[in-house]
Design a protein around this ligand. Structure first.
Ligand SMILES: Nc1nc2c(c(=O)[nH]1)N[C@H]1C(S)=C(S)[C@@H](COP(=O)(O)O)O[C@H]1N2
Ligand SMILES: [Mo]
Length: 238
């Protein structure tokens, strides 16, 4: 697969020199207090938000996950201001609060996260609401054939066919590793599409729109496959 173009970063990009300095500080035993408070993952997330060099991708990450965002900064959302809007070719458009999503039946899926960049995290538990349940609530019209997902980062988007979206291993995920999903990993709500490459799992999910055909997402417009099946995925699973 083609190499991923360098993500856009907002604000003033940190130069290579400054980034090496920041990385040096981090590597020197997490000397600086703010990094200690956030932990290594938080430091990595912050560092790569400001990283115009791509060097943060070379840092070790014991959790296995790396931080990805196509924009430089993303607003933080929580129960007070999070909203998920379901719209498009549905009979009952609806906006869910975080509380409403938590009140729905929860499903736990243990699966892999595989990035096209070459890292992977295997056998990780995700839980949340089956996307199929949300689609059933909304009542997909007969003209609906695909889903377009949008994000409150204001830039990312993704797509699935309706058939893919109805699989029981596709979640509107609220928990990762049995804890609320952190902001860095797309919290409070992200998509988890277990049988596909991780770019299909949109972070900071805010919109689910039923469309009459697949609308290619952010990376798909930049050369990624619209069908992001992992090798060995059971493409016909329900
Ligand atoms: N909103 C949004 N979702 C996104 C991305 C992104 O840049 N923005 N990157 C995708 C890619 S390429 C990967 S590998 C995973 C990374 O998830 P993580 O940052 O939790 O490791 O998120 C996917 N979802
Ligand atoms: Mo990725």
């Amino acid at each position: 697969m083609a190499e991923k173009p360098k993500p856009r970063t907002g604000g003033a990009p940190v130069g290579r020199r400054a980034m090496l300095g920041m990385l040096g500080a981090g590597a020197a035993g997490l000397a600086a207090a703010p990094y200690l408070q956030q932990g290594w993952e938080g430091f990595l997330a912050k560092a790569s938000e400001a990283d115009a060099t791509g060097l943060t991708g070379l840092l070790p990450n014991p959790g296995g996950f790396r931080y990805y965002s196509v924009v430089g900064s993303v607003p933080h959302k929580d129960a007070t201001n999070y909203a998920l809007t379901v719209s498009g070719l549905v009979d009952r458009p609806k906006t869910y609060t975080l509380e409403q999503l938590h009140a729905m039946p929860q499903t736990r899926v243990v699966g892999d996260a595989v990035c096209t960049d070459g890292w992977r995290v295997d056998d990780t538990p995700w839980s949340g609401v089956k996307l199929a349940d949300i689609l059933d609530d909304a009542g997909v019209r007969s003209s609906g054939a695909a889903i377009r997902f949008t994000c409150f980062d204001g830039a990312y988007s993704e797509s699935l066919t309706l058939e893919q979206a109805r699989r029981s291993d596709v979640l509107v995920a609220l928990r990762l590793q049995d804890k609320p999903i952190t902001h860095a990993h797309g919290g409070p709500v992200r998509l988890y599409v277990a049988p596909m490459y991780f770019y299909k799992s949109a972070k900071w999910l805010s919109g689910i729109s039923v469309t009459d055909k697949v609308v290619p997402g952010y990376w798909e417009e930049r050369g990624y496959a619209v069908d992001g099946w992992l090798d060995g995925a059971d493409r016909n699973a329900a």
